[in-house]
Each structure stands twice: as C-alpha cells, then as structure tokens.
Design a protein around this ligand. Sequence first.
Ligand SMILES: [Zn+2]
Length: 155
Amino acid sequence: MESATQICFAVEMTLGKLAKWLRILGFDTRYSSNFSGKRLIDKGKGCVLLTRTQRIRDMKTAQKRIFITSNNPFDQLREVVQSLGLTMKDIRPFSRCIRCNMRIRTVEKITVRGRVPDHIWETHDIFHMCTHCRRIYWPGSHTRRSRERINRLFQ
Ligand SMILES: [Zn+2]
C-alpha cells in the first residue's frame, strides 16, 4: 500500500462532494467542474481516476481507476476507501485546503485577527491557513462532525 502522500486522485466533474471529502482526508485530489472524458484522463495522469462513466471504466489503459456506483457522497467515499484498502494510517485529516487542494499551515493567532469572526478569534487558539488562497481554518464544530464521520468510515 502506498502512503497517503503518494496517492493522488483525479475526480470526474459529477463527483464534487466526493472530491471535497478526499481533500478533508488529506489526499491530493485534482478536481474541476470541467473534468470529464479526455480532460479527466489527461489531468489525472499518475493518479487514480474516480469516474461514473462506463466508457472510462472500460478503457484499455493501465491507468488505475475506480468506477463509482453510489449516489451518496459518503458512500462514494466508502467505495474508494474499500477499493484501495485504505486505513486510518493512510489519511491526514484537515491538512489540505478544501477549496484549492493545497496544504494548509499553522499560523500565529495574531495574524488572523480581523480575518475571522471576533467570537471565533476569542475562543480559538489554533488556526491554519492555505498557502495558496489564504483561506483560514480552525477546529470548529464542522471539524468535530467531520471527525465523527471519518471514524465511522473506518469502523
Ligand atoms: Zn486554498
């Protein structure tokens, strides 16, 4: 099994929520709202293709791909996890920007003052920032919910 840092995914345009979840888990996830057919294959070189298109599933190339059958994003994620035999050790939750796929870094609390709501700044000490889009993340309720779902995923 490759480590999480080596796996990358290229996700078909219709699977946006799945792409978001893969980024939450920390995987390098290439996704765009125009990823279909040949573009998906080109942009996904060296990555695992996640597709719902039978033509891509049946392609005769060596490129690794997973044909997603579920309509529910969380079940789709389960399909990926089971298909690759991923475990908790393979994931780095909340290490990547959900919006642009870049790694996020811990930043000094003072640097985000005025850039997050006041009550968030006053009640949190740990903040992360995307090195690309500068979006700020903090361990809030959304993270707690996400953690619970991640735990269920690997049960
Ligand atoms: Zn970003």
